[in-house]
Design a protein around this ligand. Structure first.
Ligand code: F6P
Length: 325
């Protein structure tokens, strides 16, 4: 199919580097002499007809900015067929027959349906701090988020050392523990608790005991938001029931992890993937996500990217345990 006009949107949780991807998509489309529209507020904007034609200058100065200039949303309307029908109509009214979506699994679920129900060519760019998409080693935003996390935990370590305290630090990751795992290794955490694994209270208490036996001055336990053991406060209570005199503090890092200027890796990956998304769509690829596997560009079917589990490197947890003794 010959692509006339292209549209780009960001959807779901924002991630640092989304702007670098938007810039790459816009400039590549213009390079190939295609008209490019930016859709604001993700799928909600698609339904509400929030299209704006972009030129090279519209994306000037955004490469280093966190967030997304197109804004983002988690659209409940797009989950309905009526919503998607409206969106398809709006795309057609602008002569758009190529849509590039930047986001995570929810975003790709919607894009896949749009392709399936209305035959609109779609390509996904993985943009989420969670790194939980199959078909790419890195999602855009993950590297920046983990760097933010380790900067915060390094600061927490300073105060933990000064008071001989144990800190339980909760990081983002509703369903995936990539951030917790990398950040845990990078900050010398005593224990890392992930959504992908069952960690028993006994195992946790063993680690705490190990820390005490080794006379560690401070201890950090990194827990992913979606872990199976409980909230950081519940985990703290469990530890206190065995060690009532232990000085424990809880820190929930929250949305600070989603902001900030993207790292070099996120900017470079976003640039590579943005170009590849436009070139892919111009070469009749559709219903796929662009990704980087072993530094090589790969296109993975959206359904596979969503439903196959991105493999987590559990070995890293063992390494963290060895190194934190
Ligand atoms: O998907 C990215 C993410 O940051 C998750 O790690 C987190 O659980 C979720 O988004 C938070 O979403 P919201 O900003 O909508 O509360």
């Amino acid at each position: 199919m010959s692509i006339k006009n292209i549209a780009v949107l960001t959807s779901g949780g924002d991630a640092p580097g989304m702007n670098a991807a938007i810039r790459a998509v816009v400039r590549t489309a213009i390079f190939y002499k295609k008209k490019i529209y930016g859709v604001s507020r993700g799928y909600d904007g698609l339904i509400e007809n929030s299209f704006a034609e972009l030129d090279s200058k519209s994306v000037k100065g955004i490469l280093a900015q966190g967030g997304t200039v197109l804004k983002s949303a988690r659209s409940s309307l797009f989950k309905t067929k009526e919503g998607r029908e409206k969106a398809a109509k709006n795309l057609k009214s602008h002569g758009v027959n190529g849509l590039i979506v930047i986001g995570g699994d929810g975003t790709f679920t919607g894009a896949h349906l749009l392709h399936e129900e209305f035959r609109i060519p779609v390509i996904g760019i993985p943009g989420t701090i969670d790194n939980d998409l199959f078909g790419t080693d890195f999602t855009i935003g993950y590297d920046t988020a983990t760097n933010t996390v380790i900067n915060c935990i390094d600061k927490i370590r300073d105060t933990a050392n000064s008071h001989n305290r144990l800190f339980i630090v909760e990081v983002m990751g509703r369903d995936a523990g990539f951030i917790a795992l990398s950040a845990g290794v990078a900050t010398g955490a005593l224990e890392i608790i992930l959504p992908e694994m069952n960690t028993s209270i006994d195992e946790l208490l063993d680690s705490v005991q190990r820390g005490a036996e080794n006379k560690k001055i401070s201890n950090i336990i990194v827990v992913a938001e979606g872990n199976r053991l409980g909230t950081p406060f519940e985990i703290s209570s469990e530890i206190l029931s065995k060690y009532p005199n232990m000085d424990i503090k809880v820190t929930i890092l929250g949305h600070v992890q989603r902001g900030g200027s993207p790292t070099t890796l996120d900017r470079v990956n976003a640039s590579i993937m943005g170009v590849a998304a436009v070139e892919g769509i111009l070469n009749d690829k559709s219903d796929v996500m662009v990704g980087l596997l072993n530094n090589k560009l790969e296109y993975t079917f959206l359904q596979q990217a969503i439903y196959n589990k991105a493999p987590i490197d559990i070995e890293l947890r063992r390494i963290a345990k060895i190194l934190s003794t």
